[in-house]
Design a protein around this ligand. Structure first.
Ligand code: ZN
Length: 454
């Protein structure tokens, strides 16, 4: 799973106001501004500073002009240029200072400041350091700690001072919508969602929709999400704030909620949990080779044999996840099942996973596993013609169809938080309605038909 945090192309600057904002928020911007100021300073005619022979009134006037020159020079930093240094692999602060002809005292004093300056000990190839110097003294140093924070070190009264400037992040709401034509990943990507967001979407609705079995052409999705901007530059995509999935005509909606304890969960617009005690599919991405069937001919034994589970065909090595919090009841070999794990969920429920290629290392009877935790890997051990997961769901002593059985839901939003949730839920529901209306309008106009609204 690759997380896509790639930033978008920086948008063109919109207004002078924007530029000022960027400069104000970004240390590098400040540096750029200052270097422009100082280079203007350097173009002062040399004669202005030339010594003169003075006496009486002239001397007093000269004192005055020196005084005002000094005051002026306080407004802008000393007239020296910025040097941009690209960090190469193997570079350290000491080798860089060495190459710049700055004595070791300088970088040692700098690192003594501690705090964020210690990040300078972990320079990475490709990073950039800007320095301004006066003779063999460092005057100023600028280093981007990450995409938001910039370390600024200045010499003040023969000592270094460091501050970290943090750029202000603007959250903008964005939307994407699409229709399933091939797969959730392909159609999600076409709508502008990253792989990470598609995975999140599948996770959010994974309790109600089995994306391996239930997905149909014509299913629809809409996502309202957060985008993080620094000035006009999109840094990354944020959280999914609300989402809709229409599966085989049935509409599911999810609204993000941060609980009082800081835990994030998705709920129906009414505040019901989307989480259930069990997830539908023990595999992430797969296709089914054989549906649930109580009477079918076994391909190897060639006899009618009750097939009490679901077979998920998947390539060997695909991780198998526990569908719910459980205690491991069995790990080992069972005739035709090959390598099997049986999980016990409370007193009522049991799940079985067969034909594994291998178990998760260290998995043993009595151990606790949590929902979504990997317990083993798809294989073809036992009587299996091809790699697949044979999955069974038991309630009491009965084997039920995991695809259709009603699963118990997790707890709804608690009473005290419900009022707050209802407010954001109302707003988000309206946004989802809007996305749908936009989609309908686009479909009504064949000339500009688009399933994607961004
Ligand atoms: Zn099977």
């Amino acid at each position: 799973m690759k997380f896509d945090y790639s930033a978008a192309e920086p948008a063109p600057r919109r207004s002078a106001h924007r530029i000022v904002l960027i400069v104000a928020l970004c240390g590098v911007g400040i540096a750029a501004l200052m270097s422009r100021e100082t280079s203007a300073n350097r173009h002062m005619p040399d004669s202005a500073m030339a010594p003169m022979l003075l006496d009486g009134d002239n001397a007093a006037r000269y004192d005055e002009s020196i005084q005002s020159a000094l005051t002026d020079s306080l407004a802008v930093p000393q007239a020296s240029e910025w040097t941009n240094i690209k960090v190469r692999s193997g570079d350290t602060l000491s080798t860089i200072f060495d190459a710049q002809g700055l004595p070791p005292d300088e970088w040692m004093a700098l690192l003594k400041l501690g705090g964020d300056t210690l990040e300078l000990k972990r320079l990475k190839s490709g990073e950039e350091i800007k320095i301004r110097r006066e003779g063999d003294q460092l005057q100023e140093l600028i280093y981007a700690l990450d995409e938001l924070r910039t370390l600024n070190v200045r010499r003040v009264d023969d000592q270094f001072e460091a501050v970290t400037l943090t750029a202000e992040i603007e959250h903008r709401q964005a939307q994407a919508a699409g229709t399933i034509t091939s797969s959730l990943f392909n159609d999600g990507a076409r709508a502008g969602l990253t792989d990470r967001m598609v995975m999140e979407l599948a996770e959010i609705f994974g309790y109600d929709v089995d994306f391996a079995l239930d997905l149909r052409q014509g299913d629809r999705f809409a996502v309202v999400y957060d985008e993080l901007y620094k000035g006009d530059k999109r840094i990354r995509l944020g959280d999914i704030l609300a989402a809709e999935f229409v599966n085989q005509g049935k509409t599911y909606r999810a609204i993000r909620h941060v609980g009082a304890d800081g835990r994030v969960a998705y709920y129906t617009p009414e505040g019901q949990s989307l989480r259930k005690a069990f997830i539908r599919t023990p595999l992430d991405v797969c296709r089914i080779s054989s549906p649930f069937n109580m009477r079918r001919r076994h391909p190897i034994l060639n006899t009618i044999r009750a097939h009490k589970g679901v077979d998920y065909a998947a390539s060997a090595g695909t991780p198998i996840k526990a569908v719910g919090d459980a205690k491991v009841a069995f790990v080992g070999n069972k005739n035709g099942f090959g390598r099997v794990v049986v999980l016990q969920h409370g007193s009522q429920y049991e799940t079985l996973y067969a034909h594994m290629s291998r178990f998760r290392p260290g998995l043993s009877v009595g151990q606790r596993v949590s929902q979504g935790q990997v317990i083993g890997y798809v294989g073809s051990s036992g009587l299996a013609t091809a790699p697949h997961l044979h999955f069974e769901f038991h309630i009491g002593n009965k084997v039920v169809n995991p695809v259709t059985v009603a699963m118990p839901r997790a707890n709804p939003i608690s009473g005290s938080e419900l009022a707050k949730f209802k407010l954001s839920s109302k707003t988000m529901t309206a946004v989802l309605d809007q996305v749908n209306a936009g989609r309908m309008a686009a479909m009504a106009e064949p000339a500009t038909a688009k399933t994607v609204t961004r």
